[in-house]
Write a protein that binds this ligand. Structure first.
Ligand SMILES: Cc1ncc(COP(=O)(O)O)c(C=O)c1O
Ligand SMILES: N[C@@H](CCCC[NH3+])C(=O)O
Length: 425
């Protein structure tokens, strides 16, 4: 029996040796299982729906190919994400452009590429988009992002639907915005959008939000504005630690659809097309990060620091949100619990760069391979070059195949955009 940790049919120690560390390993099989779980749960509901993968969680050309192959649409939030999708040949009519402060050039790019939808975040942006569409002699399908005033129980930094939020149009202002802008000829408001936050386990805030949005749709209808599509955003939580609960998508949809059907009946509305925008749920559990253990320092009677060859540059989540991750010493999976000791995993950045504090691991020593689990979402996509560390490679696993989908950065890449001014030449 192998002593090594197997992830998605692959020996992770062999992967670390083959591709080097730090390494993001992403399983296409798990991505597909996660996405198909949502598709199957929706199919049971017998309604018109769309699953719009939130690219901010993890995006590159290969991910665009996988998302397209799964039949999902794609949410992009920047010119860079849009360009990635375009270059990957992702169908532009299945792209939805988001962003709380889209630049004029990003909006022009979306018009030029003819993306399917644009989610407008403010009245300013609605008017601007109308002008840009007028100049381009085109009309765009638009969603309005509404801030529903909901506080979801998740980290403050990843809550996005509160009253006091930079995202969306405050609920109270939506009706007047419709009235004041009903003459805009080049934007067609077909839907409402909201997103209350990320890493949410409890379906109740989503149910409350749907009721708020359907009440708003009723009020709008009374004023002659019929809305046929409702995007309830993403935010479905995933387990990071062994005892974390699982967001049961089927149970969520059963409850959501019961609530939506009742509310629509009460409000005299047809059931709108429902859109969800999961990022983390699709990619989070599909990724791990492999590191090699280096320096180990024991501070007497205090703490044992186990340092790895990556850190906050490839995973800023613990530093940003006190996020918790589980890890395994990949070359010691069969060690007994008696060999475990309490350690803290530190990164190599010049900061107190804690990746995991206080975790029981089997006697880690230099040269061990550490696998940090469920790092698929918001790790690669938020990686930086802090301390001029090159970003790790991304390797994709499918069945027994493994191939690099993003090359490891080199030191040459790190200096490639540097320019030395004439007075130093
Ligand atoms: C508008 C919007 N949609 C979707 C998402 C995806 O969220 P998650 O990855 O938690 O599903 C986010 C991020 O929170 C978002 O801001
Ligand atoms: N980056 C956050 C989630 C933000 C979601 C995007 N609005 C995380 O790693 O948990």
């Amino acid at each position: 029996m192998t002593k090594n940790y197997i992830f998605s049919n692959h020996d992770t120690v062999k992967l670390a040796k083959k591709y080097g560390t730090p390494l993001y390993a992403i399983s296409e099989d798990i991505i597909r299982d996660n996405a198909n779980g949502i598709i199957e749960a929706f199919d049971k509901q017998n309604i018109d729906y769309e699953i719009n993968y939130a690219g901010k969680a993890f995006l590159n050309m290969t991910m665009c190919k996988i998302i397209n192959d799964l039949g999902l649409s794609l949410d992009v939030v920047s010119g860079g994400e849009l360009f990635t999708a375009y270059e990957a040949g992702f169908p532009m009519n299945k792209v939805c452009l988001h962003g709380s402060n889209k630049s004029i050039s990003e909006m022009k790019m979306a018009i030029e590429y003819n993306v399917g939808k644009i989610v407008v975040d403010s009245e300013y942006e609605l008017k601007l988009l109308n002008d840009l569409c007028k100049k381009a002699k085109t009309k765009k399908n638009v969603f309005l992002r509404v801030s529903p005033g909901i506080e979801a129980h998740t980290h403050e930094y990843v809550q996005t639907g509160r009253v006091d939020s930079k995202f969306g149009i405050p609920l109270k202002l939506v009706k007047s915005l419709f009235e004041d802008n009903k003459d805009l000829e080049f934007v067609n408001i077909i839907g409402l959008h909201c997103h209350i936050g990320s890493q949410i386990y409890d379906e109740r805030p989503f149910l409350i939000t749907s009721a708020i949005m359907l009440d708003l749709m009723k009020e709008l209808k009374a004023n002659g504005h019929i809305i046929n599509e409702l995007n309830l955003g993403g935010g479905f939580g995933i387990p990071y630690l062994k005892d974390d609960s699982i967001f049961e998508i089927e149970i969520y949809l059963d409850k959501l659809l019961e609530a939506v059907r009742n509310k629509c009946k009460e409000n005299g509305l047809d059931i709108p097309k429902l859109i969800v925008e999961p990022g983390r749920y699709i990619i989070g559990t599909a990724g791990i990060t492999l590191y090699e253990v280096g320096t180990i320092k024991e501070i007497p009677h205090t703490r044992k620091y186990v340092s790895v060859d990556g850190g906050m540059a490839d995973n800023p989540r613990p530093a940003l949100y006190n996020a918790l991750h589980h890890a395994i010493v990949a070359n010691k999976v069969n060690f007994s619990e008696e060999d475990e000791e309490l350690v803290t995993i530190s990164g190599k950045c010049c900061e107190t760069d804690t990746l995991i504090s206080d975790i029981l691991l089997p006697n880690p020593v230099a040269g061990d391979i550490l696998a940090v689990l469920n790092t698929g979402a918001y790790n690669y996509s938020m990686a930086s070059n802090y301390n001029r560390l090159p970003k790790p490679a991304v390797v994709l696993l499918k069945g027994d195949k493994d191939e690099v989908i993003v090359e490891r950065e080199t030191y040459e890449d790190i200096v490639s955009k540097d320019r030395v001014p004439s007075w130093y030449k």
